[in-house]
Design a protein around this ligand. Structure first.
Ligand SMILES: N[C@@H](CCC(=O)N[C@@H](CS)C(=O)NCC(=O)O)C(=O)O
Length: 263
């Protein structure tokens, strides 16, 4: 099987697709497009939509993180991404849909807005990217592309603040789905990888990481996605973090001493 994955540096659904390929032990070539202009490039390649993850599998185009999960599962059924039991399967599909349609957008808005405020972090997000430019040069000159991505995704301050206010309930839903057994089971499923892409990207932010680590959602994300390149220094105004801080105080277990903080 010949697989090429098109993604973007720091794309959370792109990371989900990458981890699905790794989980299925399918070799692949990764190509990173550049933010802001990826829509145009994908359309020029005759993909239907302008978003990553997009994949070419033996010459066939497959696009969208959920479609990719279905496709990889039928091409390589073992290990399975969906439970065999019909009720459990329906529950996993629903959480996967929610992760794609709702949680993804919340994290995209927050992270794009926050990252655009902190150009010094750009290089760290390029660490594992396969772009056709030296990383240093891309980081130095990437400001206008990030600004374009911010505009295209409407990652305004107002929307980012609203997304930060919505995040506590969304993280709670992840914790609840773990408690219910739909997420975080012995065997990871498609929804685990979908949701963890978003949570794990949020954990690259120094503002958000301490509020997510230590809760079940944060632990699951690190299990499904051990590494996610990027480290964003604090940039979110304290007042915007308040809803999340309140929520974290009520759910987090005390930090284990002596454990180094991982990004
Ligand atoms: N929710 C869809 C779409 C993903 C999506 O919006 N990807 C973003 C990157 S995280 C993208 O390609 N954005 C390009 C753009 O907005 O120009 C999926 O999971 O496949």
């Amino acid at each position: 099987m010949k697989v090429r994955l098109y993604t973007l540096p720091a794309s959370h659904p792109g990371m989900t697709a990458k981890r699905l390929l790794e989980y299925k032990d399918i070799p692949f070539q990764r190509v990173d497009l550049l933010p802001g202009i990826s829509r145009t490039l994908l359309r020029a390649m005759r993909f239907e939509a302008g978003t990553v993850p997009a994949m070419v599998i033996d010459g066939r185009k497959v696009q969208g993180s959920r479609t990719i999960a279905q496709e990889l599962d039928s091409l390589q059924p073992d290990p399975p991404l969906f439970p065999a039991d019909a009720d459990q399967r329906a529950a996993v599909l629903e959480v996967e849909r929610w992760g794609d349609e709702e949680l993804q957008a919340t994290i995209r808005t927050i992270m794009l807005w926050a990252a655009a405020r902190e150009p010094s972090a750009r290089l760290s997000y390029l660490e594992e990217a396969r772009i056709f430019l030296p990383h240093g040069l891309a980081a130095k000159t990437g400001g206008p592309l990030v600004a374009l991505a911010v505009r295209l995704n409407e990652a305004t301050e107002e929307n980012a603040r609203a997304a930060l206010a919505a995040l506590p309930a969304q993280l709670q839903r992840v914790d609840d789905e773990i408690a219910a057994g739909t997420l975080g089971g012995e065997q990871l499923n498609a929804a685990d990888f979908q949701v963890s892409g978003s949570v794990r990207l949020a954990q690259t932010s120094q503002d958000l990481r301490p509020l997510i680590d230590g809760r079940p959602a944060g632990e699951l994300a690190r299990r499904a996605i051990p590494d996610f390149a990027g480290d964003l220094p604090p940039t979110v105004p304290e007042a915007y973090l308040e809803p999340l801080q309140k929520a974290a105080a009520s759910v987090q277990s005390p930090p284990r001493s002596g454990r180094p903080v991982r990004r």
